[in-house]
Write a protein that binds this ligand. Structure first.
Ligand SMILES: CCCCCCCC/C=C\C/C=C/C(=O)SCCNC(=O)CCNC(=O)[C@H](O)C(C)(C)COP(=O)(O)OP(=O)(O)OC[C@H]1O[C@@H](n2cnc3c(N)ncnc32)[C@H](O)[C@@H]1OP(=O)(O)O
Length: 291
């Protein structure tokens, strides 16, 4: 019930009611949501989802709810066959889960938050559409999860940007389905090293290890994503979708089977004093790094 009311509440915030005439053209209907801009190019059947939640596109409960609703709308739109996921915030793809959602809140809040994280991943990983991440900035932890859940990743070749699952550096543990998703991308051995050490890879190392598929100059990331999209869309949908599902279903089923226990594990993990302390110390270190 709480989730339903949040979804309904968010649908109002989603801004379907606030579209201006300038934002709606025949060829590029744009939906300006609070955290995500969705632009559907109808003739081509491709939507661009631009995350725009400054300063760092952190994945808050509101953001995740909006993301899942937006993706579901596209999924149910027969005119949309592909999605390019990118960022409208300079230098940041996404800073991952919003750490503030995991600090000093109630057990009920943590459970609701974690269900929203699961939902985002389930929707993205099982999407029937072609999904391409156009990674135009830093991409740690939950941001990396989003990227590796897509079918293909193109990253800006900027030495300042990094990508990876750095959870252990915060004193926390990437859950099994984060691990499965990255292992499906880079293999078991590379995942083991990557997760234990909480590695963040530079763009060039990310290409070498296979976290990303292609590097291009920053200003070409979206064009490169559109070019790759047209190659993938040249394959008949039905055959491609069944192939995707064959590869991903066991991983999806594992979370679906253990969804409630995964939420309980998260809540009991994150409510530990030691974990709260680690997260708070990490947040403070982010602030100090600034100063
Ligand atoms: C036994 C098994 C049990 C299993 C249980 C499972 C538990 C697993 C739980 C969770 C998995 C976690 C996944 C995650 O995604 S955790 C998040 C990890 N993210 C990071 O480590 C990134 C942190 N951020 C950065 O490194 C940088 O901010 C940056 C490189 C992304 C951008 O740098 P810069 O442009 O210099 O910006 P600032 O650092 O100055 O940041 C601006 C502003 O934003 C705040 N902020 C940054 N990241 C986050 C975040 N992830 N959440 C919330 N807030 C964030 C930062 O503090 C600044 O705030 P301000 O000082 O108030 O301006």
């Amino acid at each position: 019930m709480m989730i339903l009311s949040r979804l309904l509440g968010c649908q109002e915030q989603l801004g379907f009611l606030h579209q201006s005439k300038e934002e709606l053209t025949d060829s590029h209907p744009v939906v300006c949501n609070r955290n995500i801009l969705v632009e559907l190019e109808e003739g081509v059947g491709v939507a661009v989802m631009k995350m725009k939640s400054p300063p760092v596109n952190s994945l808050s409960l509101d953001f995740l709810t909006e993301f899942s609703i937006s993706l579901e709308k596209l999924e149910n739109d027969r005119g949309c066959r592909g999605v390019i996921l990118t960022s409208a915030v300079p230098k940041i793809f996404s800073a991952g889960l919003d750490i503030k959602e995991m600090c000093g809140k109630s057990a009920e809040h943590y459970a609701e938050f974690w269900r929203a994280v699961q939902e985002m991943w389930l929707k993205l990983y099982k999407s029937n559409m072609v999904t391409i991440a156009a990674i135009n900035g830093n991409c740690p932890a939950g941001g990396c999860l989003m990227a590796v859940s897509c079918d293909y990743r193109i990253m800006a070749e900027n030495p300042k940007y990094s990508i990876g699952l750095n959870e252990t550096q915060l004193g926390i543990v990437a859950p099994f389905w984060f691990k499965d998703t990255i292992a499906n991308t880079i293999g078991h051995r590379a995942t083991e090293r990557s997760l234990q050490l909480g590695l963040l890879y530079s763009a060039s190392d990310a290409l070498k290890i296979g976290i990303v598929d292609e590097l291009v100059p920053e200003e070409k990331v979206l064009n490169a994503a559109a070019a790759t999209m047209s190659q993938w869309l040249a394959i008949p949908d039905y055959a491609r979708q069944i192939s995707k599902s064959m590869m991903r279903k066991p991983t999806l089923d594992r979370l679906l089977t253990h969804r409630e226990s995964d939420i309980q594990n998260f809540v009991s993990f994150v409510t530990k004093d030691s974990i709260q302390k680690s997260l708070q110390t990490y947040m403070e270190s982010l602030k100090q790094r600034k100063g």
